[in-house]
Write a protein that binds this ligand. Structure first.
Ligand code: SF4
Length: 323
């Protein structure tokens, strides 16, 4: 089956620390040679500590950032080099739900204006049709039509995120990047929002990239999960395989912090404490970027960056131990 989204050797570098004379400074390799695919109707969960590049991947997929190198394919068509005008039809198909429902809604706009805005931008419907469509969308996310004239500050965090979701759904997208969509919400509300995203996925056949540091929630919602460390994907697999048979030392440490109610994996649930902090992405270690914290690091790890290897059934790992 052809994936809806395919990422091939994607790189996104940012130039930082321009010096006094305007000369270019250091390159921050936020995303460094990442490849994966998402099947239509599925959720690909992307996990890792903050600063690992997962949010940058989401934004680069939607071309909010121009990729530095590599390719992004949407339903088999390369979109990496499309200009603004050529991207317009894809912008309708690809939407984003933002992390912070407080910052992502314009406080001066009413709910009707916020949710109706994408319909206006893409010239989808006007007048009464637009109002009817906005009402439909607002009810779809569990709010009431009489909320339409109100402003964002009149709503709770969970309700604001629902407004953000209604706005993303307005143009009937196929693919949505959910960028930490629950991390700013109360724990009591998080499950409601995730359940709603699942219901919407089933109803409309949506495909998600679900970026989160909440490993339990990612396990709940995802079909496949990828683990990122310092700009690279170090392991990905089907969700059950990844959470029960993780192979990369970083994945093992990350997932050891998640309580797993499965007797088969009781041994793996022993907490692994990593030494040190994540190194600066401006000056990553040579070879395997994880080697400064890896309990299994060996001489070769400093010299050679491990490539991704499929160890069977689409379970892919980048670690010299695997060889
Ligand atoms: Fe550890 Fe070496 Fe594997 Fe990197 S390649 S995760 S340092 S064993």
């Amino acid at each position: 089956n052809r994936p809806l989204i395919e990422v091939r050797n994607l790189k996104k570098y940012f130039e930082v620390q321009k010096n006094f004379f305007g000369r270019s400074g250091t390159l921050l390799k936020a995303v460094d040679d990442v490849s994966f695919a998402i099947q239509r109707g599925e959720t690909f969960g992307l996990v890792g500590e903050s600063g690992c590049g997962k949010t940058t991947i989401g934004r680069t997929l939607l071309k909010l950032y121009e990729p530095t190198a590599g390719d992004i394919l949407y339903d088999g068509q390369s979109i990496s080099k499309l200009n603004h005008k050529e991207m317009l039809p894809y912008r309708k198909k690809m939407q984003m739900i933002f992390q912070d429902p407080f910052a992502s809604l314009d406080p001066r706009m009413t709910v009707a204006e916020i949710v109706g805005d994408p319909l206006a931008v893409h010239n989808i419907c006007q007048g009464k049709d637009r109002i009817d469509r906005v009402k439909e969308l607002i009810e779809l996310v569990g709010l009431k039509a009489d909320h339409l004239g109100r402003y964002p500050h009149e709503f709770s965090g969970g309700q604001r995120q629902r407004i953000g979701i209604a706005r993303a759904l307005a143009v009937e997208p196929e693919f949505i990047v959910c960028d930490e969509p629950i991390s700013a919400l109360d724990v009591s509300i998080q499950a409601q929002v995730v359940n709603m995203l699942e219901e919407l996925q089933e109803r409309f056949g949506l495909t998600y990239l679900f970026v989160s540091h909440d490993l339990s929630m990612v396990r709940h919602i995802s079909h496949k999960v990828g683990v990122m460390y310092l700009g690279s994907l170090v392991e990905y697999a089907d969700v059950h395989e990844l959470y029960t048979n993780m192979q990369h030392p970083y994945t093992q440490a990350l997932l050891s912090a998640v309580p797993i109610a499965d007797p088969d994996t009781a041994e793996q649930s022993k907490r692994i404490h990593l030494q040190g902090d994540v190194p600066s992405p401006l000056n990553p270690p040579s070879g395997c970027a994880f080697r400064t914290r890896c309990p299994h690091a060996m001489g070769r790890c400093a010299e050679e960056k491990p490539g991704l290897r499929d160890i069977g059934g689409g379970h892919v790992v980048a670690c010299h131990l695997i060889e």
